[in-house]
Design a protein around this ligand. Sequence first.
Ligand code: CUA
Length: 320
Amino acid sequence: MWPQVPQALLRLIPEQASTVAGQVDALFLFLVAVTVFFSGLIFLLILVFVLKYRRRSEAERPKAIHGSLLLEAFWTVVPLGIALVIFVWGAYLYFVISRPPAAAMEVYVVGKQWMWKLQHPTGQREINELHVPIHRPVKLTMTSEDVIHSFYVPAFRVKADVVPGKYTSVWFEATRTGEYHLFCAEYCGTSHAVMGGRIVVMEPAEYERWLSGGVGEESLPAAGEMLFTRLACNTCHKTDGTGRGPSLVGKFGKSEKLTSGENVAVDESYVRESILNPQAKITAGYPPIMPTFKGLVTEDQLLQLVAYIKTLKMDGQAKP
Ligand code: CUA
């Protein structure tokens, strides 16, 4: 297993409460160890050489030195090896952190000056607070209404920019119940320092109780479906494919052929772009007639539409 940080170090390193925390700390401690070792070695060598090669008399002239191929090769190859270890280790960890497991529970996050708005797929909305079950991967799909923020939970070793105009994502799996600080880690204006909150990690049964205790809000896909009808999206994007726009059934997660001949992956970002800037990437075989919905839908509503389109399965039935 990954090393557990001793209690005495807890003031230097935040507690470990996610599956990646120990791995991040192991890499960090390795970097610290390498740095301390070489700093010590250099200080020691300076001291030794200062004493050993000091000038002993006025008349002393140093001997000429002609270098050593062996020594040069040694101090080239060893640092190269260490740098490669850091690179491979860091890249591996980056991939682990940036790829959410397929079964992850999805939560949608909108940052704004100066609060965090979080929505569960089942409809619960939270401000500056996120309740999650323990031992379950949670994927966050995040965007901002105004400026760049950064979603930072030190105990999970998770930090990701939240950028206006696009979706970024991050995931974590909590390993300990309790409350953990959530920070904004990107300076975003006057109240940046107080833009934060807490993540509450609960036992699964307790989490289910919390979920059912919420006021009866409709689920995200259900809210998205109502919006889809209210904005009249359904008059063109007919489910049977006879509309003026392509049917959206079974499209999410697949690849779509464009008029330009390119293929594009139908993901959260593509759906979002197609709503706000429909002319950017037109599905092959359809005319560029869709108007933009920029200014007509909020970031929260965009996420509801995305959640709805995700549920449109091949059989043509929405399953919120
Ligand atoms: Cu939001 Cu700093």
